[in-house]
Design a protein around this ligand. Sequence first.
Ligand SMILES: NC(=O)c1ccc[n+]([C@@H]2O[C@H](COP(=O)([O-])OP(=O)(O)OC[C@H]3O[C@@H](n4cnc5c(N)ncnc54)[C@H](OP(=O)(O)O)[C@@H]3O)[C@@H](O)[C@H]2O)c1
Length: 255
Amino acid sequence: MLTGKTAIITGANRGIGLATVEVFAEQGAAIWACARKQSDEFEYKLREIANSNAVSITPVYFDVTEEIAVKDTVKMIGKNSKSIDILVNNAGISMERLFSMTSVKMIREAMEVNFLSQMFLSQLISRYMMKAKYGSIVNVASVAGMESEQGGIAYGSSKAAVIFSTRTMALELGSYGIRVNSVSPGFIETDMWKGRSKEVKEKILSETPLGRQGTPREVANAILFLASDMSSYITRQNIVIDGGRKSGGGLRELV
Ligand SMILES: NC(=O)c1ccc[n+]([C@@H]2O[C@H](COP(=O)([O-])OP(=O)(O)OC[C@H]3O[C@@H](n4cnc5c(N)ncnc54)[C@H](OP(=O)(O)O)[C@@H]3O)[C@@H](O)[C@H]2O)c1
């Protein structure tokens, strides 16, 4: 599905990002796997995935909020790739705090990591895609950006901004052959849920028709669909991957 395509994936060292690297490699993509910090374990894992799928995977390191590092990396990738066909903006942080307890600093941090970094990287990469008149950008948002939850002011607002900006980018970039979509995962088995109470997890599961947590690979499969030509007439959309849960209603552990 992705043979001959080059993809950039952020937050590639664990969770949904690493699952996306695996799924894209299985489909033949050449991958620039972006992580914040160099790690031998990460590079070993990438070599394993690359070898078993006979594709090229190159690790690159930068903090998504550091504009100079992002710019330098994009320049380097641009010089060393014949095209940049796919961008998956996946890196993100979660935070939970009631509105009355949330500092502007926290909101700013959520916005910088989850939203502004996606904007900046998409802007730089879309210039390559505009020249090629081809590209697919997939932004990882969240159901938290679709329905308000108690404690979700910083994280939810940043993800709502992702969903909204995805739609605007799709409007402006469509005439260049660039599609822009988002995915909104719900309750997915990653480190993001470490340390959350059993009660919260049980509450979410009780509201989920499929009755279980989603896997990173299930999110990666939706990202693959949007990144590939299988979705060639789909743009400006947000695919929800939450087992059918109707979000909202509040996570009472915080109150
Ligand atoms: N898991 C869920 O239930 C769920 C639900 C909805 C949406 N999401 C979204 O899915 C995406 C992936 O999350 P995940 O569940 O896979 O969580 P995760 O396992 O915590 O992974 C987050 C990834 O983002 C990277 N990252 C965070 N801040 C960064 C920064 N400033 N610069 C570079 N990389 C940074 C992390 O790098 P380090 O390893 O260096 O920290 C890590 O690779 C996020 O956007 C998240 O909001 C997840």
